[in-house]
Design a binder for this molecule. Structure first.
Ligand code: MN
Length: 192
């Protein structure tokens, strides 16, 4: 059977400050992400999911297994989007698609943060593409993932309170806006 392990972050826990504090990374990555991965390993043990690819588990499972599998995937994806040298603007084909579909990069950022801020309760806001390269900003509740809808995720911001409450309390929009300073657009472009 597969044994999922938590990938080591490619930066130090305080490197994302001030956008995300060391304390938040310690809890969010060190406790929350770890718990989802530990639970995933327990839940697949001796089941038909034991040797399945993680993305197939997300497509097929329900209940606690879906929740933990998807949260494991979402958090790994989330933390591997950031870099202390991030920020700036996307370029290349992704930038072209953003400009064409959203009018401008500034407008895209505004719509993305607006969608994330509007999610009631816990969830994620996503930039995804379909097989033709068309872009979509979507919202998912709780552990949701656009893979379930046949989309290919490019970028996500976590809007669960555990992602920002230590640093921003109730100011979710401020927490999301700060993430633009650490998004590594080279990584996002490589997913496009
Ligand atoms: Mn989270």
């Amino acid at each position: 059977m597969k044994e999922y392990s938590q990938p080591k972050l490619p930066y130090d826990k305080s490197d994302l400050e001030p956008a995300i504090s060391r304390l938040t990374v310690e809890y969010h990555y060190g406790k929350h992400e770890k718990a989802y991965i530990d639970n995933l390993n327990k839940l697949i043990n001796n089941t038909i999911y034991a040797d399945m690819e993680l993305e197939d588990i997300i497509r097929q499972a329900d209940g606690a297994l879906f929740n933990n599998a998807s949260q494991a995937w979402n958090h790994i994806f989330y933390f591997f989007t950031f870099s202390p040298d991030g920020g700036g603007e996307p370029s290349g084909d992704l930038r072209k698609a953003i400009d064409e579909q959203f009018g401008s990069f500034e407008n895209f950022k505004e719509e993305f943060v607006k969608a994330g801020t509007a999610i009631f309760g816990s969830g994620w806001v996503w930039l995804s593409k379909d097989n033709n390269g068309k872009l979509f900003i979507t919202q998912t509740s709780n552990a949701g993932n656009p893979i379930r809808d046949g989309l290919i995720p490019l970028l996500t911001f976590d809007v669960w309170e555990h992602a920002y409450y230590l640093d921003y309390q109730n100011r979710r929009a401020d927490a999301l806006k700060a993430l633009w300073n650490i998004v590594d657009w080279d990584i996002v472009e490589s997913r496009y």
